[in-house]
Design a protein around this ligand. Structure first.
Ligand code: GLY
Ligand code: MN
Ligand code: MN
Length: 477
């Protein structure tokens, strides 16, 4: 299959739409014709290129993910798509040709070229949309789409349908082989880029160099965009989950943490690696690294259909507690289950075990509950049992973040558990997170991320890079 399967995506969306509508009708005990027998028109639009405020430069174009799902047109601004479910016909509408745009940026794709490139039944221009819709009501997903469509149609026959949006999300949740190939490619690019960062210490003395090295290697491999802004931290800043500064000197610190993922045709990867700046682990850093690796290995081994993500998240906390008891960071005056119940480990692992991954780094349909009164689950972005075709990140971490831990260190309930004297030795470790991208298969899982997590191998790569010196420029792709 050479084209992004937009038509299959439209049909899948219709099928979810019908079952969601039927379920809603059944729940409301509706009589008469249920909306599950409707033959809706679905319509979406791509955002237009946007200038920066008070500036004549365009912002980088990032395709709307829902539009991409029904078209595969990840690089096409301002187009519209219509799925006529009665006719099972998917039509792409290109914006009109603008002479100024052609002067500055060249000719846009013609309908014939677009027809060859995308999985469409028909490709036309914006001006043809109104006749194809006639007086039928069109369903879309939000205000932006509604207002663009109403202006293209010169009518107000457009309805925002939460059921259509949910149907798109249910369809996006279960990746098909074409999407999985894009995700494997994104992960493979990230593997090379992480390996390059790990081996380039002689040309990396500032966090900004780590950032540059990762992006350089991603772009060399054809990935124009990162899935998210790379998180490149060192020393105690490794304890900041989504660190944004990326500008500190690294000398005299213990660890580098880099959380960065290349994007491939709108599909994300999301990978974190940690390595010692000198190539030698301190005993404390190695102990924490091994604890996180144990958490990641065991949680990942639990990935298979039917498993509750909540349970794997709890498993990673149980393993953290076991290691903290062995290291003496937790006193053994309480049992591991009592410590789990006290939620003390949440201070050291405040985020969730991982999240859905797809076009969005934090992908849709995870059903999180950010209001959960239990802090153990509040930031868990996936709260439904695993199914084949889900792609998730498995990303446990342990953090020594003074700001986050301060309330714990003032609370007698947690002070009964935390040995503050032993904890002193670990502040300089900052934080460790290991993050891989994993597909749930029929029988278990497939790990897309191949760059090593083995602590000896990591140290060897770092040391070999240091030994090669500054003249060694890495081109591994
Ligand atoms: N890179 C963001 C995250 O891991 O969720
Ligand atoms: Mn992640
Ligand atoms: Mn990440």
């Amino acid at each position: 299959m050479s084209k992004y399967p937009a038509k299959t995506h439209a049909r899948n969306t219709l099928s979810y739409y019908r079952s969601l509508a039927a379920a809603a009708a059944a729940a409301a005990n509706a009589t008469g014709t249920s909306s599950s027998s409707e033959k809706p028109l679905f319509a979406l639009t791509a955002p237009s290129l946007t200038l920066y405020p008070h500036c004549d430069q365009s912002q980088p174009f990032r395709q709307d993910r829902y539009f991409n799902y029904l078209t595969g047109a990840h690089d096409l601004p301002a187009a519209a798509v219509l799925y006529n479910s009665a006719a099972d016909r998917l039509t792409l509408y290109l914006p009109p040709i603008d002479a100024d745009d052609v002067m500055w940026s060249g000719l846009p794709l013609s309908p014939t070229q677009a027809q060859e490139k995308y999985d469409m039944d028909v490709v036309k221009y914006h001006a043809d949309l109104a006749a194809d819709v006639a007086s039928t009501n069109v369903l879309t997903i939000d205000d932006r789409n509604k207002s663009v469509l109403e202006s293209l149609l010169s009518s107000s026959n457009v309805t925002i349908s939460p059921t259509f949006k949910e149907a798109l999300e249910e369809a996006r949740l279960r990746k098909d082989e074409f999407e999985l190939a894009l995700m494997r490619k994104a992960s493979a690019i990230s593997d090379v880029s992480h390996r390059a960062v790990m081996s380039a210490l002689p040309i990396e003395t500032n966090e900004g160099h780590i950032h540059a090295e990762f992006v350089y290697h991603s772009m060399r491999q054809g990935s124009k965009f990162q899935s998210y802004d790379p998180i490149c931290c060192s020393g105690t800043d490794c304890g900041t989950l989504h660190y944004v500064r990326n500008d500190q000197e690294m000398a005299d610190k213990q660890l580098v943490l880099i959380d960065a993922g290349a994007e491939w045709q709108c599909y994300a990867s999301d990978v974190t690696r940690v390595f010692p700046i000198t190539g030698e682990w301190t005993p404390e850093a190695l102990a924490i690294y091994k604890a996180v690796l144990d958490m990641q290995t065991q949680s990942m081994e639990g990935v298979k259909p039917g498993v509750k993500w909540d349970d794997l998240h709890l498993l990673s906390h149980r393993i953290l507690i076991k290691h903290f008891l062995e290291l003496g960071i937790f006193k053994n005056t309480k049992s591991p289950e009592e410590i789990l119940e006290a939620r003390t480990s949440v201070g050291f692992l405040p985020h969730g075990l991982g999240h859905l991954l797809g076009m969005d780094t934090h992908d849709v349909a995870g059903h999180p509950n950010y209001e959960d009164p239990d802090p153990m689950f509040r930031y868990l972005r996936l709260r439904r049992p695993l199914e084949p075709g889900f792609v998730v990140t498995v990303e446990p971490g342990i953090y020594f973040n003074k700001f986050l831990l301060e309330p714990y260190l003032k609370d007698p309930k947690h002070l009964e558990i935390i040995n503050t004297e032993v904890l002193e030795k670990y502040w300089a470790v900052g934080g460790v997170r290991l993050e891989d991208d994993v597909l749930v298969t029929e029988t278990g899982f497939e790990n897309f991320t191949k760059v090593t997590t083995d602590p000896e191998e990591v140290a060897r790569i770092v040391k070999e890079g240091i030994a090669k010196g500054r003249s060694h420029f890495h081109v591994l792709a």
